[in-house]
Design a protein around this ligand. Structure first.
Ligand code: AMP
Length: 186
């Protein structure tokens, strides 16, 4: 596996812009648009993830709306596998499975197409599809935990959850049963 050097990690981290107090006071928002428009940082990141997951036997990369779609699509192309979108409620047009999760106040919900990893029959008969879940950042972990549950409920196996950034002090990984890999922990 092509390991990232400390210099690579620093280079990728420095390509991500920090916006204080967005979208509300006290939040340090990690703006990955400055990573996306930095081809050298993207190349180091995606080369690393492509190498890491090359031998995992991944059938699908599932990305969480919306920034997970960008990294997930590029990675799916590198791994020559399918890409599956996990979306906010009400966006997917076909029959869906939904999973609620708690926010600071109230709840939110993510959805996946019921046949995202093959039909119900093929899931019952064959082996479970091996799915890599990806998002840009894990904070409290609520979104990723709900997404990982959806993958399992859709009949597949969530092999690992991958994040570019992890806000470690929020301990979001504690609520997730699958293995977790973060490129950069803050
Ligand atoms: P959580 O469910 O608390 O782990 O939140 C994760 C989701 O919210 C991810 O899709 C992130 O893109 C987004 N998010 C949460 N906190 C931040 C932050 N500080 N900067 C950028 N995105 C964030």
């Amino acid at each position: 596996m092509k390991n990232l050097t400390e210099e690579d990690r620093k280079f990728i981290l420095e390509s991500i812009r920090n916006i204080p107090d967005f979208p509300k006071p006290g939040i340090q928002f990690k703006d990955i648009s400055t990573l996306l428009n930095n081809p050298e940082a993207m190349k180091r990141l995606m080369d690393h993830l492509g190498e890491r997951y090359r031998d995992y036997g991944i059938d699908y990369v599932a990305g969480i709306e919306s920034r997970g779609f960008i990294f997930g699509s590029i990675l799916a192309d590198r791994l020559s596998c399918g890409f599956v979108p996990i979306r906010k409620k009400g966006k997917l047009p076909y029959t869906t499975i939904a999973q609620k999760y708690s926010l600071e106040y109230g709840f939110d919900e993510v959805e996946i197409h019921i046949d995202a990893f093959g039909s119900e029959e093929s899931c019952k008969e064959g082996r479970r599809s091996r799915v890599l879940l990806i998002d840009d950042l894990i904070a409290t972990g609520g979104t990723a935990a709900a997404a990982a549950k959806l993958i399992e409920r859709a009949g597949a196996e969530c092999v690992e959850c991958c994040f570019i950034l992890e806000l470690g002090f929020l301990e979001g990984r504690k609520g997730i049963d699958s293995p977790i890999y973060s490129v950069i922990e803050l």
